[in-house]
Ligand binder design. Structure first.
Ligand SMILES: C[C@](O)(CO)[C@H](O)COP(=O)(O)OP(=O)(O)OC[C@H]1O[C@@H](n2ccc(N)nc2=O)[C@H](O)[C@@H]1O
Ligand SMILES: Nc1ncnc2c1ncn2[C@@H]1O[C@H](COP(=O)(O)OP(=O)(O)OP(=O)(O)O)[C@@H](O)[C@H]1O
Length: 282
């Protein structure tokens, strides 16, 4: 996959939640989480054409997502409102990430808009300000702006960098889309996992608390997980539906993917330490 950054075209990488614990719930219903986020060298690609008339448009179709609701359009408009910027933009989205996949596609697209337009519109907003704006668009947006592998707390906005060993991942994309809100609203979801400290990450028992709920409601996800488990520890990312397993080498990951049943979609990706647009804000 082309992950270069150039003047008009910018990557929006996928994320994995290497684990995801639900440790509580805020009065407004949002859940308090603990997670480690890692970016992948696989994702969407966004193309920008600046406009002088202040209009923000999406020039590509995204089935089921009208332009006004698209996170890329909302991110650009939010940036205009926050800064009074009078420039506009046409945004084309080359979509590779599945929607409702738990790979953070929409959130990553939004973060790439914030980071790229911060430079293209010469706004020079500091990173923390872009993270704050991102949080208004979704709980997963701030980490993409943060730009490094991170231990996340709160609803995903309290971020500390973590150092992770090199790794490759096989990601299986079950043929179902899972709505995040449905899973967080499930009565059977456990919301009382004991909080861990960042220094305990290497010894703690880690899992994805949303996984049992998704597997029970979407058996296809459970089937994919069972298959992946033959290669070691397999887990779901975010609120699903995608599941992944980690490998020490690219070769081992490709060997595993080659054994995938033909009817399933999947890919191999390398874990990144930094977002490709990490340097687009200070
Ligand atoms: C599951 C994760 O992907 C893990 O990284 C994220 O927590 C989800 O982040 P996201 O897709 O950006 O989610 P949002 O668009 O902010 O929220 C979608 C819906 O999920 C629920 N939600 C989301 C995040 C959170 N910490 N608690 C929640 O209860 C809320 O009902 C919300 O209305
Ligand atoms: N640019 C966009 N790309 C994808 N989805 C978008 C976009 N803009 C808005 N959405 C909406 O956001 C929803 C979630 O899409 P997304 O691709 O972020 O799912 P996800 O990978 O499950 O996210 P997460 O990991 O944050 O739960 C979609 O179902 C769609 O309605």
């Amino acid at each position: 996959m082309d992950f270069t950054v150039n003047a008009k075209s910018y990557p929006a990488p996928a994320k994995l939640n290497l684990f995801l614990h639900v440790v509580g719930r805020r009065p407004d219903g949002y859940h308090l989480l603990q997670s480690v986020f890692r970016f992948l060298d696989y994702g969407d690609r966004l193309h920008f054409k600046l406009r002088q008339d202040g209009r923000v448009t999406r020039t590509t179709d995204l089935p089921g997502v009208p332009q006004e609701k698209d996170l890329v359009v909302r991110a650009a408009r939010l940036l205009q409102e926050a800064t009074g910027c009078t420039l506009g933009v046409d945004i084309a989205v080359e979509k590779h990430l599945p929607m409702g996949g738990g790979l953070g596609g929409g959130s990553s697209d939004a973060a790439t808009v914030l980071l790229a337009l911060n430079r293209l519109w010469h706004l020079a907003l500091p990173r923390v300000e872009l993270q704050r704006l991102g949080l208004q668009l979704g709980a997963d947006v701030p980490v993409f702006v943060f730009g490094e592998s991170a231990f996340a707390e709160g609803v995903g906005e309290l971020l500390q960098p973590v150092s992770l060993p090199p790794a490759w991942y096989v990601v299986i994309v079950p043929a179902v889309a899972v709505a995040t809100a449905e899973i967080f609203a499930a009565p059977e979801l456990t919301r009382d996992t004991t909080s861990i400290k960042m220094c305990d990450l290497s010894t703690a028992q880690l899992r994805n608390d949303l996984q049992a709920v998704v597997c029970a409601r979407y058996p296809e996800v459970a089937t994919c997980l069972n298959w992946l488990e033959q290669f070691g520890n397999a887990r779901m990312t975010g609120s699903g539906a995608c599941v992944f397993a980690e490998f020490a080498t690219q070769h081992e990951a490709h060997q595993a993917l080659a054994r995938k049943p033909a009817k399933w979609q999947g890919f191999v990706a390398q874990g990144l330490d930094r977002h490709p647009l990490r340097d687009y804000a200070d």
